[in-house]
Design a protein around this ligand. Structure first.
Ligand code: PLP
Length: 399
């Protein structure tokens, strides 16, 4: 595939009103109209380039949304106050009471909880499937199915979704394929592979600084416009808009994403390879031993590496806790949820970001109590980081 998301971002020309190289921040919730009729027309969606009210569109948010759309290769985008806002708004826009979704069982815990516990309030039903089993996915589709939902790299098991095949299934049945690409920005371009809607938590790699929560929805114009329709748009009516001050800082960070993704990937590749040599059970999509490695090779934009996420399964939650505490004390990184930060973060997924998933379901999906998810940081001396982790493993008699 020829798409280069980094070039698409680099080639954007977004100037402020004084030629400012960083577009100006529009610090306004409302906008004046020179003519009363223009205001009426804008309410009816009949004007172009007119800003009405910042819950609908704000110029600073538009810069970031345009940059996200350029990165994804989608015609349009919209930015939200969190990743969960992006996911829930996109789903609520597509589904009405009585509808049905097919979702990967391995998703971020908050997404799983929304699908399993919250959607039943609206009589929307979800069938959970193994994201790598195309037959199971197709068989789960019913006449009232509206969406197939998956994550490119599943959280936390790092299974790889076969997006081109899922898109074929979705198109055959007239349903939308929605993909959460939070773990793999730039590495995989789901829309270019046939997905209809791509959602992000920008809290993670895209912003990369752990100083805010934010999200994005990338899709065609029709879908984005439907989200912000003044009469029926889920985002316009529920109002999870991103603060323009934050949009401005995230946009600056987006412009260094390609460099960071490459470096995260380089460090994670090194660590996962060395830890696997020690005989540990490692899941990292860059390793040949990973079941999704070949599939990922066939769908990825190669120059960005295999991502910063890796998981070590030490099979025992007590040992996992001791290891995480020791790694934190010895300076490997922080025992914290979230990902995509310049420092390494680690947490026991089953007890944290996937704790919303009942334990029996965790075991069924292959998530052990001793699985530690790592978001590998931008360490300049990753060899030294490895030596510290190895020392912890020896001292705790894990190896
Ligand atoms: N999607 C994935 C894969 C995540 O890991 C998370 C959060 O951890 C979210 C979505 C939710 O994003 P946010 O915390 O920005 O609402």
């Amino acid at each position: 595939m020829n798409f280069d998301p980094a070039k698409a971002v680099q080639h954007l020309e977004q100037f402020g009103e004084f030629g400012d190289v960083n577009p100006s921040i529009t610090d306004s919730s409302t906008f004046t109209f020179l003519g009363a009729k223009t205001m009426i027309d804008t309410f009816h969606g009949q004007t172009h380039g007119c800003f009405l009210y910042s819950r609908h569109w704000n110029p600073t948010n538009k810069y970031l949304a345009d940059a996200m759309a350029a990165m994804e290769g989608t015609p349009a985008g919209w930015v939200t106050a969190s990743g969960m806002a992006a996911i829930t708004n996109a789903i609520m826009q597509l589904c009405n009471a009585g509808d049905h979704l097919v979702s990967s069982v391995t998703t971020y815990g908050g997404t799983f909880a929304f699908l399993k516990n919250y959607l039943p309030k609206f009589n929307i039903d979800v069938t959970f499937v193994d994201p790598t089993n195309l037959e199971e996915i197709e068989n789960a589709i019913k006449p009232n199915t509206k969406v197939i939902y998956t994550e490119t790299f599943s959280n936390p098991l790092l299974q790889i979704s076969d997006i081109p095949s899922l898109a074929k299934i979705a198109n055959k049945h007239g349903v939308k394929l929605m993909v959460d690409n939070t773990f793999s920005p730039m590495i995989v371009s789901p829309y270019k592979l046939g997905a209809h809607i791509v959602v992000y938590s920008m809290t993670k790699f895209i912003n990369g600084k752990n100083d805010c929560v934010a999200g994005a929805i990338c899709a065609d114009e029709e879908f984005i416009n439907s989200l912000i329709d003044v009469n029926s748009g889920t985002s316009m009516l529920l109002g999870p808009v991103l603060d323009p001050l934050r949009s401005s800082s995230i946009l600056k960070n987006l412009n260094t994403l390609h460099v960071r993704m490459k470096y995260h990937g380089q460090n994670a590749m090194y660590l996962s390879g060395k830890l696997q040599e020690l005989g540990l059970k490692i899941s990292y999509p860059g390793l040949k031993s990973h079941p999704g490695h070949e599939l990922l090779n066939s769908i990825m934009n190669k120059q960005f590496g295999y991502g910063g996420m890796m998981a070590i399964d030490i099979e025992d939650d007590e040992k996992a806790n001791s290891l995480m505490e020791m790694m934190q004390v010895r300076g490997v990184g922080y025992l914290a949820v979230s990902l995509g930060y310049f420092k390494t973060l680690f947490s026991n997924s089953g007890k944290s970001t996937s704790s919303e998933v009942p334990e029996d379901v965790q075991r069924k999906m292959g998530l052990s109590g001793g699985l530690i998810r790592f978001s590998v940081g931008l360490d300049n001396d990753i060899e030294n980081t490895y030596e510290i982790i190895k020392g912890c493993l020896i001292d705790l008699k894990i190896i």
